[in-house]
Design a protein around this ligand. Structure first.
Ligand SMILES: Cc1cc2nc3c(=O)[nH]c(=O)nc-3n(C[C@H](O)[C@H](O)[C@H](O)COP(=O)(O)OP(=O)(O)OC[C@H]3O[C@@H](n4cnc5c(N)ncnc54)[C@H](O)[C@@H]3O)c2cc1C
Length: 445
């Protein structure tokens, strides 16, 4: 990848989430101070901002640090210093009126025996179909759809009782419309041995990519972007990009200011960026129009008691409005005033499944009582609604071609894309930080 000119001119970074902050941090740490970041909100942090209401700190739903990359872990540890601690995950599923451990497939213990039987028999049938060691015999990429992967590797029982209802609630789309390109580490696989162990007794061992996590002790997840921003120059909040002229290499902001650049790094959502570019080829415009995503409405509540001792609970069943509920006071005790607890509920919505935001909070509270998380007599001390209009990128059957075409066009025009929405992918904070670093290094080279 050739970028050129960076040493002699301005590098502009769009978007001040972790990806953009990491890019600017690495540029400036290397001594390249002719670098600038523009963010539309009044403070940087993007999805890793935190809001404090009446002494309760809420994130944009749970934002927990999972590390596979030692370099990122080291950087985050250095930035947060004493303000990071590590926690063993304690996550559950509520279905059929009982709580079972996550992941569903290896923790059937406690479910009605008819459900356990259906799940085990369904899994055995996948192995009887010639798929001897179902979980590892084929890579997810070799299945046409996510639905096919679920039935082929986990079987019809696990599909029916968890995988299909939970995922359809989250993605708001039939799973045959999704490919497996996003899965990677995110969906834990299994073996008959593990399923039987988990059906016969309560398993406390953790399986999956997020078996333990790091989290700031104080200040919520926003401590991390704050730590990045602390040493940075040339940060411009309240600068919303309104127009991008790639020929003249000029950005116009909503406040009418303009800036020229030699190199552009964007972490703004890809379809939003394309919309703002003057004279985009129609093929790129069309591809951008095909990019799909789901949104999340995040309802946070502060309560006058410790409501739960777990980290989060998945709700696959349609009678509950939310797909997941978490408890920030168990990420760090400093998230709440002494003796109190807090809850976040995540409700997915999209163009295909619209949400009535005027009614949802009442419904969420009713459902929290139905799930025995809240009690009628609880005193609610804080409430905070956070909307995430672009939350999960959908890997539908157009994804690969559309994203490939747009990325090529942007790269050919000197725009580097980074981060979950800039690159338009399913990834986490660690990836955002890494992509910022790698791109900054490429620019400097
Ligand atoms: C519900 C949910 C839960 C998650 N949980 C986890 C988790 O537990 N662990 C984990 O590792 N990851 C998690 N993630 C993913 C994580 O939030 C992202 O990977 C990461 O924060 C992405 O950072 P980013 O900088 O790429 O994007 P963002 O944080 O979205 O930053 C993009 C920035 O661009 C700005 N912008 C947009 N338009 C413009 C414009 N026109 N002009 C100027 N600026 C603009 C935005 O305001 C924003 O600040 C979760 C995500 C969601 C949605």
């Amino acid at each position: 990848m050739k970028i050129g000119k960076a040493k002699n001119g301005k590098v502009v970074v769009l978007g001040g989430g972790l990806a953009g902050l990491s890019a600017l941090w690495h540029l400036q740490k290397a001594g390249f101070n002719d670098s600038f970041l523009f963010e539309k909100e009044s403070r940087v942090g993007g999805l890793t901002r935190s809001e404090t209401v009446n002494g309760f700190t809420f994130d944009y739903t749970g934002h927990l640090l999972h590390f596979r990359n030692e370099a990122v872990k080291k950087l985050v540890s250095n930035l947060l210093g004493e303000n990071i601690h590590y926690v063993i995950r304690n996550s559950w599923i509520f279905s059929k009126g009982v709580f079972t451990r996550y992941p569903f497939q290896t923790n059937l213990y406690g479910l009605p025996s008819s459900v356990i039987k259906e799940c085990i028999l369904g899994f055995i049938k996948t192995t009887a179909n010639g798929n001897k060691d179902a979980a590892v015999s084929k890579s997810p990429g070799s299945y046409k759809t996510f639905e096919e992967w679920i039935y082929s590797t986990l079987g019809s029982g696990i599909a029916k009782h968890f995988m299909i209802p939970y995922n359809e609630k989250l993605w708001t789309i039939p799973l045959k419309k999704l490919t497996c390109d996003w899965m990677g580490r995110f969906v834990p696989t299994t073996s008959l041995d593990q399923i039987l162990d988990g059906a016969l007794s309560d398993q406390s061992r953790n399986i999956g990519y997020n078996a333990h996590f790091g989290y700031p002790l104080k200040g919520g997840i926003e401590s991390l972007p704050r730590a990045f921003a602390g040493s940075l120059k040339n940060l411009y909040p309240e600068h919303e990009v309104a127009r991008l002229d790639l020929k003249k290499k000029r950005i116009t902001f909503k406040n009418k200011e303009t800036v020229n650049f030699d190199v552009l790094i964007s972490s703004m959502p890809m379809p939003k960026l394309v919309k703002l570019i003057s004279e985009v080829p129609s093929s790129v415009q069309k591809a951008s129009g095909q990019l799909c995503f789901t949104s999340v409405y995040n309802i946070n509540i502060g309560v006058d008691r410790k409501v739960s001792d777990v980290h989060w609970i998945y709700f696959p069943e349609p009678e509950f409005t939310f797909y997941r509920v978490g408890f920030p006071h168990n990420f760090s005790p400093y998230q709440v005033p002494p003796g109190c607890g807090s809850i976040y509920a995540e409700v997915a919505y999209s163009r295909r499944k619209p949400l009535d935001k005027s009614e949802i909070v009442v419904k969420v509270k009713q459902d929290l009582i139905k799930a025995k998380i809240l009690r009628q007599e609880d005193r609610l001390l804080a409430e905070c609604r956070l909307d995430i209009p672009c939350a999960y990128v959908l890997y539908d059957h157009n994804y690969r071609q559309s994203v490939g075409l747009i990325r090529n066009y942007l790269q050919e025009n000197g725009v580097q894309t980074i981060g979950r929405y800039g690159s338009w992918e399913y990834s986490g904070m660690e990836d955002a930080i890494w992509q910022g670093k790698v791109t900054a290094e490429e620019v400097l080279r």
